[in-house]
Every structure is written in C-alpha cells, then in structure tokens.
Write a protein that binds this ligand. Structure first.
Ligand SMILES: [Zn+2]
Length: 112
C-alpha cells in the first residue's frame, strides 16, 4: 500500500526531528499529484505509530491542489486529475507549479 510507505517515511522523519521528545501532533502538506488518500494515510499512520513512541500522535494533513501554468495560453489552472494538461486550452505545454509537495510542516512537541 502506497500510504503505508508514506506513513513510515513520515514516522522516520518525525523521530529524527523529535530526538526523543514526545510529539503530540504532526502537520504535513501533501500535493494532489502525490495521489494520497487522506483517510488511508491516517489509518496507515495509526498502524505505523501504534505501540511506538509516536502512539497517539495526531497527523494533520493539508492537501495542496495541483496547479499548472500553460506556456501556450498563459493561464494558470487547477488540475482535478493528475494529467499534465492546461485546463484552459487543453495543451500539454505546461509547467507544474504546485501539487508535488510532500513535507512535514511542523511538529507539536508535548511539554513535560
Ligand atoms: Zn493553455
């Protein structure tokens, strides 16, 4: 499962950054092009963190829409499906502006 490996990757990075501190929430940003199903990712996150130091840590997912800029008609459009075409003229002479994000935005460290 795609989401499971993503959840594992996030958990790995969170552990690195937290360096032993208790983390109560993790905020991440995922682009539309990553084809991540938020529900599935949350489920995988619970599976991956259960029984570890990250158990009970909340995963907050912010989805970033995929937008492209077209070199033919100069418009910027948002993509609903992950195919690189201009939403205005249908041309494929486009540059992906957003949608490929996959980053950890912040960690909420629990005070002890
Ligand atoms: Zn266009």
């Amino acid at each position: 499962m795609h989401e499971l490996s993503i959840a594992e990757a996030i958990a790995h990075k969170v552990r690195e950054r937290a360096a032993g501190r208790l983390v109560s929430a993790v905020a991440i940003r995922v682009g539309h092009f990553r084809q991540v199903v938020p529900d599935a990712l949350e489920f995988s996150w619970t599976m991956v963190t259960d029984g570890t130091g990250l158990e009970g840590c909340k995963l907050e997912i912010e989805q970033i829409p995929a937008t492209v800029s077209c070199r033919d008609c100069d418009s910027t459009t948002t993509l609903d499906i992950p195919i690189l075409v201009c939403g205005s003229c249908g041309g494929s002479n486009v540059t992906l502006l957003t949608g490929e994000e996959f980053l950890i935005v912040s960690l909420q460290i629990q005070e002890v």
